[in-house]
Structures are given as structure tokens and as C-alpha cells.
Design a protein. Sequence first.
Length: 412
Amino acid sequence: EEVPDTETPAVSRKIASISSPLRAFIRLRRRYFVQKKSRLHLELPWEKPAEFVHSRLLQRQLSRNRTGLCGSSVSFFDQSSFESSQYFTFDTSVEQHTMKKYRRKKSRRKSRMVLYPDKTKKYLPAEEKSKAKRCLFLLMAIIFFQILNAIENLDDNLQKYDLDALEKTMHREVFGQKVAVESIVELLKDYLATHIHNKPLVISLNGPTGVGKSHVGWLLAKHFRSVMDNDFVLQYFVMHHCPSGVAPLTCEIDLSKKISDMVTRAEIEEKTPLFILDEVELMSPVLLDTLSRFFEPNQTNEFLNAIYILISNIGGSEITKFVIQNESAEHQGAEELLSILQRVLSDVHPLWKSADIVPFVLLEKAHVINCLLEQMRREGLYPDQKHIENLANQLSYYTTGDKQYSKMGCKQ
């Protein structure tokens, strides 16, 4: 008889006592992984591919075959290690790729949310004041002060010539030419506001005899001599400086030299010279051509900074006809009169195309009486009103309606 092995049951009991907690641990671990995977499959919004399911079935079949060959404890170890081990397969890479995508999308969604503390009020983020606005305001202030400084400089330049006093003098001593005086002063103010110009100022005083053109020229010369110097004012009378017996070429050379010398000296001292040319209707075409070259804009800077006053009777008959037909050229048809004079003067010589034309209209009888009164005061005579009216009645007039216009102006 075979002796029974008494040690075998004891060994088996020891193995059973050791393996039972281990089996329980392995069983719990497997259940944890199964629940984790099932929860992950429920959270994923897409289905697993067929190839992945097929690979998982093959893994389960291999694990079952291994459990049949080995012991129970060993089978549990092998199966758990097989399930927990990772192999490089395309199926697992697809799963990992989908997991990464899902986690990335989830993190993006969470990052877009704005979280506020629970115990605080919700406020919009405070807008910081831009420093660019301060720089913009500073730049605007600098530009404003520069413009203000430039305006003050212009005023200083005008104050140097004292044109307000000139305007008062002309309104006081020139009668019946209010529009002409205002036009002359306005042109002078615009030109003398700065020392930099693109062309010289050319003013043409046109009108019949005795209406005050030469008197205005005399007042301009007197005023500019007082504010500047006698060296920067030239009064040129054609009958005196270029009489009929003198060759036109000699007059041309003489006038060119006088203008060039005065312009050069004025540029050095930053002053504007004044040239008053009277009796321009008596100038020869050669002398007019010489003048026109000084009026051109394409010259050196010193020749651009000059004022020319042209006094002539050209267009006097057109002004007389226009005033008689329209009764008053001061308020009616001033633009029409200027267009008529522009055509007449341009036919005489092209230099008048670059000139500002100021027409002098006919004087009424009341203007002639005031002119005679001023002349008697200037000569120191007692102004007898009856004597002045008798002198005024001796003059010839154009009569239109209830107005009388002197044919010779203030000349007797």
C-alpha cells in the first residue's frame, strides 16, 4: 500500500491561504479597469472601428487559452500583465489619437469660459487710458500755437507799413471813390502780410481825367516814404522822365536800371519797394515790353517782392459810358465794368493781363464841391460856401436823371 502524502494537503492549504487575497486583489483590479473603459466608451461621441473590436476579441481568446494551460494563479498574473502591457499596434495608436483629440477639444472649450469669483460682483474689465491720445492733444496744441505765432508775425509785418492810417487818409482826401480805395487797401494788405511771394503786385488805376488817380498815387508815395525810406519809393512820370524827344531805348535802359537797383537794395533790408508809374498811356511799346518782363512770375526772389502802381487814362471813355448808362458803377455791374476794362487794356498791351484793375468812376457835383473845399483848406484860404458853389457851377456835367457827373472831375 502506498503511504499517503501528509504534506500535500498542508502545502495546498498554504497556497490557497496566500492566493485568495491575491485573487481578490486581481479581481478588483480587473473590475476597475473594465468600469473605466466602459465609462470612457460612453463619453466618446463616436463608435469604435471594426478593426479595433476584432483585435480585442483576439486578445481575449489568447488569454483564455493561456488560462487552460497554466495554473489558476499563473493565469491570473499572465492575463493581467497581458491586458496591462502595451504593444506597438496601429489599433492602440488610433485609440490614443482619438483620446488626445477629445482632451484637446475639451481643454479648448474650457479655456473660452470666463470664470468670476463666487463672492464678488461681476464687472467689465476697466479700459486703460491710451497714451496716444495725450500725444495727439499735445501735437494739436503745438500746431495751434505755431499758427497763432504765424498770425502774429503777419500782423507785425502789416503794422510795419501802417496800412490802417493809409486807409483813413485816403478816405478823408479822396472823394467819390470809396470802392476804389477799399480795393487798393485790400490788395496791399494781402500782399504785404508776408515777405515771400510768387509774383509782384501790379495795380492798375484806370479812369477819366480828374477823378483822383494821380492824387491816390501821391498819397501812396507819401505814406510809404514815411514808413520806409525815400530810397524804396520811385515816382516815374513819363512826360518828365521820358519826353517825346528822347530815344525809347534810352528810356528803357534808364527805367530798367532804376528798378533793378531799388529792388536789390530793398531785398538786402527785407523791404518791399513801391514803383508808381504815372501817364502810362504815353509809354512807347518798347517801354511797355520792358515793364512786362519785370511782372513775370519766373524771376529771382528780389524781383518778385515789389509793388507796381500803373496810372493811366486808358479805358476812361468806357468807364464814362458805363456810368452814364448804369447811373452808378459803385453798386451796379462792377464785375461787368471790370470785364470791359480787361478787354480794352489787353488789346493795348499783354502786361495788363497780370494786373489787378481798379476803375475810378465819374465824380458827382457834391464830390466836386468837397474837392474844392479841401483844396482851399490846403492852400490856406477861407472856405466860402457861396464862392465854392459858383466855381462848381462853372464846370460842365453829364446829366442822367437827378444826378450830375463832372466831365473834368476836380480839374478846372
